[in-house]
Design a protein around this ligand. Structure first.
Ligand code: ARG
Length: 458
């Protein structure tokens, strides 16, 4: 263990197992650029209130900049058995600059420091995640645009329901991701608040200009209660909740790609770069990336629950428990970001298979609802129309024919109001174009939705 930050009142060192148990360096080392930047802003604040002289401040900043360069080049080489990244940076700086390295720590605590670092880190990560969402939206919109003519079986209960445009189906995912983006944006706003200056929990005694520090660190606001500031992890909960919802959306898309790409259904082929073979079964082309995205959803949801449990019943203010927030947060960031990026690259490799899709459209009497709607337009109450249509479907099923293969005379046995225009009504194309209200699957509606999204995502 390196020199302790709190040695004075202790007569013995930490038990070796306890020391090992306390270390967070393995995961919090990723915060080093933020911690260095924070130390620079804090030193500036200390200089402006006269705790550091100008030359001391300049020496510290030079030392911190050098440390940043050195850590960028070889982080592992510089780290020792430090407890966390904050103590590592303090240790190295003190070794290089002597007591000046220790002077920098007036007016702050690791309690306000760590959470300021994490907020800075998370803000950058949210921007990357939002960029990945944008890329995935663009990929899905491109598929929608390229397949605007394609008719696809729309399902409820995984049973043929009504025909839709394949583009409409793709755009459904775009809606989900657009809402995800809004949630991540909100999480960003919540994260963009600077706790530095809250000290250990009660504030600082040096008259530090917190607004100046916050602005220097790129924050829009400062926290307003030091006790809440050092113990608040709500912004992480919001981020992890947005992530869990986003991952859940990805799992739904993943599931569909797994099903569609199975030869049992055969609607789509996924590019080689995102599938794998089997060591025993040479015919296999497995959708591993989609499966992994689906599987990793469990981790992301688990991380949210993990954080909620961490926060539950935690008394004011900072408690060491809070150190455990980072593995869950970091894993969430990494998982959601890489899932989104993989999907954004995988979607353009999809090749939809017209024959299999057309074949599927021939099963399940997918336009039966059109007949019911047709009868409603003739003045029937919907329930009655539904009943007649059910009988027609049963008839078709018993005779092994499509609805459009039923003769007009046969149709009229079910009801004399059914006329020759029924054949056009029962075509999948007409069924689609009839759904011409906003949000429906008619081509014009889908095209204008594509256009709206393209204007927004640029
Ligand atoms: N590594 C700690 C964390 O991540 C930093 C704060 C430690 N503060 C303390 N008083 N022990 O939460």
């Amino acid at each position: 263990m390196s020199a302790k930050l709190w040695g004075g009142r202790f007569q013995s060192g930490l038990d070796p197992d306890a020391a090992k148990f306390s270390v967070s360096l393995d995961f919090d080392k990723v915060l080093y650029p933020y911690d260095i930047r924070l130390n620079m802003a804090h030193s500036r604040a200390l200089q402006s209130v006269g705790v550091l002289s100008l030359s001391e401040y300049e020496t510290l900043v030079a030392g911190l900049l050098q440390l940043r360069t050195d850590m960028d080049a070889d982080l592992e080489g510089l780290l020792a058995q430090d407890e966390d990244i904050h103590s590592a940076i303090e240790r190295i700086l003190t070794a290089r600059l002597g007591d000046l390295g220790k002077k920098m720590h007036a007016g702050k605590s690791r309690n306000d420091q760590v959470i300021t670092d994490v907020r800075m880190f998370l803000k950058d990560q949210i921007l990357e995640i939002r960029e990945a969402i944008r890329a995935l939206i663009q990929a899905l919109v491109a598929v929608a645009e390229a397949h605007i003519e394609w008719i696809f079986p729309g399902l409820t209960h995984f049973q043929p329901g009504q025909p839709v445009l394949l583009s409409h189906h793709m755009m459904a995912y775009v809606e989900q991701l657009t809402r995800d983006d809004v949630r991540f944006q909100a999480a960003y706003v919540e994260t963009d608040v600077c706790p530095l200056g809250s000290g250990a929990m009660a504030g600082n005694t040096y008259g530090i200009d917190r607004h100046m520090v916050a602005t220097e660190l790129g924050f829009s606001q400062i926290t307003m209660n030091s006790m809440d500031a050092v113990s608040d992890r709500d912004f992480m909960l919001s981020f992890c909740s947005a992530s869990a919802i986003c991952a859940t959306h990805l799992s739904r898309l993943a599931e569909e790609l797994v099903l569609w790409s199975s030869p049992l259904i055969g609607f789509v082929k996924i590019g080689d770069a995102f599938t794998t073979g089997s060591s025993i079964m040479p015919q296999k082309k497995n959708p591993d990336i989609a499966e992994l995205v689906r599987g990793k959803t469990g981790r992301v949801t688990g991380n949210l629950v993990n954080l909620l449990q961490l926060m539950k019943a935690l008394p004011m203010t900072y408690n060491r428990d809070l150190q455990e927030d980072k593995p869950a947060l970091f894993d969430t960031i990494e998982t959601v970001k890489t899932s989104l990026r993989c999907f954004a690259k995988m979607i353009p490799t999809l090749t939809f298979q017209r024959e299999a899709i057309d074949r599927a459209l021939q099963t399940g009497y997918i336009t039966a609802t059109e007949l019911a709607d047709y009868l409603v337009r003739k003045g029937f109450p919907f329930r009655e129309a539904h009943e007649i249509t059910g009988k027609v479907v049963l008839h078709a099923e018993t005779h092994g024919v499509q609805l459009t293969e039923i003769g007009l005379a046969e149709f009229q046995e079910f009801h004399h109001d059914i006329a020759a225009d029924i054949y056009r009504i029962l075509s999948v194309r007409d069924a689609i174009e009839a759904k011409n209200g906003v949000g429906g699957t008619a081509t014009i509606q889908v095209q204008s939705q594509i256009k709206r999204v393209q204007e927004n995502v640029g």
